[in-house]
Design a protein around this ligand. Structure first.
Ligand SMILES: O=C(O)CCC(=O)C(=O)O
Length: 294
């Protein structure tokens, strides 16, 4: 029995590693999220460097503020936090990874018109390997996401393959070398859909996105989560101080002290740059790039 997904959607997710659920957010919630973005971007004016809340584009200046990411928005935005606990987010997640779910992290990637930064190809599971791969990211699509404005792109089925090398010069850089790993960009699928839609991608799927050179913003709010019995493996780029913190991350269902060990491929993301750097900064260490920079 599922709550919101059809058996066909569940089967498709297992096969392809992603889903798009169109128009899942009501207009009021979408408007409230847009208002939150306005509130945060206003805070960027005058800043000379990023803050705990805001990650800034390389081209940001105090007079021409450019926010690249709102960091951990569930910790400072009630709107984002309320949505995180809602069935709009959790019901499809439960249909895919079961009733007991912990939060991994949240982020709102901005990709403003004309300059929003690219994210190089990677697998989330390379950043945070776990004892099983019931790990996924739900993306709340806040602007119409089309092929033009830097949509998230995935390689269907790649979540069933290896965890690829994300190192360069002996350091974890959070980016793959597509050519070396046998992928052809032409096989990537853009995840498109109208504002208010939801994307879901598997933690092991290879994904990335290009610079937004269009004249329309592309903002996506990501909720990343895992089954309660998926425990992090050494070197994970997300640090959980203790079991109390870990259990405080329960989004629904019951916590456990018994990790489920599955024969999933794992690479240790170490040594890695200092914790707290965003993916945009970490990926600057990559030896080759698939996307332009701004
Ligand atoms: O915003 C995007 O297009 C990519 C998001 C992503 O993969 C990430 O932030 O890890």
């Amino acid at each position: 029995m599922t709550e919101v997904l059809t058996q066909e959607q569940v089967a498709r997710y297992r096969r392809d590693g992603y889903l798009i659920l169109e128009r899942r957010l009501d207009a009021g919630t979408l408007a409230a999220l847009h208002a939150e973005i306005e509130r945060y971007t206003a805070k960027a004016r005058g800043l000379t460097e990023g803050t705990d809340e805001l990650d800034l584009e390389d081209s940001h200046t105090p007079d021409d503020p450019r926010v690249r990411r709102i960091k951990l928005p569930h910790t400072h935005s009630e709107v984002v936090r309320d949505l995180m606990y809602s069935d709009a987010i959790l019901a499809p997640a439960r249909d895919l990874i079961g009733p007991d779910i912990r939060l991994h992290t949240t982020k709102l990637n901005m990709k403003e018109a004309g300059h929003g930064a690219a994210v190089e190809w990677h697998q989330d599971f390379a950043f945070y390997p776990h004892t099983n791969d019931d790990v996924l990211a739900i993306g709340v699509i806040l602007d119409d996401m089309t092929e033009e404005n830097g949509p998230l792109m995935v390689f269907p089925g790649s979540h069933r393959g290896p965890v690829h090398d994300h190192h360069a010069d002996g350091m974890f850089v959070g980016a793959m070398d597509l050519g070396r790993d046998g992928y052809d960009m032409a096989d990537a699928v853009p995840l498109v859909g109208p504002a208010g839609s939801i994307s879901i991608h598997h933690g092991r799927i290879v994904h990335g996105s290009a610079v937004n050179t269009s004249n329309r913003a592309r903002r996506v709010l990501f909720y990343e989560m895992m089954a309660a019995d998926a425990f992090p493996i050494m070197g994970s780029m997300t640090k959980f101080p203790d079991i109390h913190d870990y259990d405080a991350r329960m989004l629904c269902g019951a916590p456990t002290l018994t990790p489920r060990l599955e024969p999933v491929p794992v690479r240790i993301p170490a040594p890695h740059p200092p914790i707290g750097k965003t993916i945009y900064e970490i990926q600057k260490g990559a030896g080759s790039r698939s996307f332009d920079t701004v």
